[in-house]
Ligand binder design. Sequence first.
Ligand SMILES: Cc1cc2nc3c(=O)[nH]c(=O)nc-3n(C[C@H](O)[C@H](O)[C@H](O)COP(=O)(O)O)c2cc1C
Length: 139
Amino acid sequence: MPLCSIAYCSEAAAGLTVDQLNALVRDAMYHNRLGGVTGVLLCDGIRFLQYLEGPGGGIDLVYSRVLNSRRHSNVMELARGQGSVRRFPYWSMHWIPVEQHELHAAAIADWTSMKVNRAESGVIVAGVELVSAIVANHR
Ligand SMILES: Cc1cc2nc3c(=O)[nH]c(=O)nc-3n(C[C@H](O)[C@H](O)[C@H](O)COP(=O)(O)O)c2cc1C
């Protein structure tokens, strides 16, 4: 079954607290498990950048929940792709506080190759590689 992925960035709702974000992610984890979706959510206090991966049906369901959430606005899709290897298989969802410059760099990274990437082709996906590097830096 092909693995689908989506990356987007958005603006956090004003006044969103860490407790609220933790609750949001707990809720997200529940639904992601149901849909077989894994991924990571970066937050710099102002903006989000999320990477989601899983079967097409699960991704569609989860992404529609994301788009309908009032906890953020101005959702901008960075890329959609297909592959066969999960980048974050251990997280049904996990949020990581990052610096503004890190999230900015990931948002303006080259996500174009994800649109044609197949993991088996060995093509390097700059955007998701940068997200992986940021995640590694915060572990
Ligand atoms: C930045 C962000 C990331 C989210 N990620 C997921 C997710 O991975 N899976 C999911 O099912 N819902 C996700 N959601 C939806 C939330 O878990 C939650 O259901 C939603 O925020 C509740 O709707 P409300 O905020 O409009 O009350 C996300 C929402 C936001 C704002």
